[in-house]
Design a protein. Sequence first.
Length: 368
Amino acid sequence: MRKTAFWKQALVSAVLIGGAVLAWQNRDALRTLWATGTAPDQRQTAEAQGPGTPVIVADVRFVQDDLAFSAIGTGFALRSVTLRAPSSGEVTALEIAPGAKFAAGDTLMQLDDTDERLAVALAEARLSRATSERDRYQALQDTGAAATARFEQAQTDFKVAKIELDQARADLARRTLRAPFDGVTGLASVETGDRIATDETVSSFDDRSRILVEFDLPEALLGRVEIGQTVTATTPAVEDRSFDGEITAIDSRVDVATRTARIRAAIDNAADVLRPGASFSLRIDLPGKTYPAVPELALQFSRGELNLWRVSGGTAEQVTVRLVRRREGLVLVDGPLAEGDHIVVEGTQRLREGAAVNVLNTATDGSS
């Protein structure tokens, strides 16, 4: 292998050193030349942007803060009572059967009433006699042939006889159990021939024309509900169906332990497919106020405040807002914003109050 002559090596080294020195002395010119040759597109983009901080904006739009609230409740009959024996005795007739329908006043159960009927007949006879005596002494009193004291005694006897008849009829009425209102009976706890005591439980009795469902509503949502507002309900007892109802009552106080208020909704049950005691899943749409909606990227948190930048007259203006709710990529805020305001969503970090901005896009609504 042939070795390079020493003088040639020295010459090459001198040339390299001289080139390096020359490049260092003209470094600014070389940098400009390099930028001109390698980034023409970037230079053209910068020139096209013009003066001001480049930003991308979106339009403010107003959205109603509606909420869908779900709850679990228990169903009750519109009216519901426990039937009890009106008096003691032997059951001689029983009409009660599960699901049987009755109108108000219909006979549900009959007790042996032989003694009571005899008592009514005896009271009627006594009243008839007392009435005749009173009328006879009344006629004699008018002619002056009867003493006043005897006439007053006849009047008293008549009043007593009438009271005794009313009492006997009341005792007879208590031997019959009647429907208190239109409704249906449940399972009977007695049978014909049983002897029962006064106030002994006989059966349940419900008016199922409407089902009442009660549920708890957080106090923060109380201002959104009102009487007559619609609800939608489903129940495992009736699959693949939903039922419409309305709010009929709002409790007058908030529970201090749960911070909720009791709400009652009524569901029409004309088809008689719903049952008291069943569980219900309820959904209620709660209307809210209208607020400005902006993309979440537009918000900045600084010094304990939530801010965003609005483009007004080609300059940046900082606006302080309050967060209301996040919804599907948007944020509902409360602040001095108007429909169609241009809000900066990209480039916020380089902005200052009153700084000129260069909008790079055509603004769209806050959903973009």
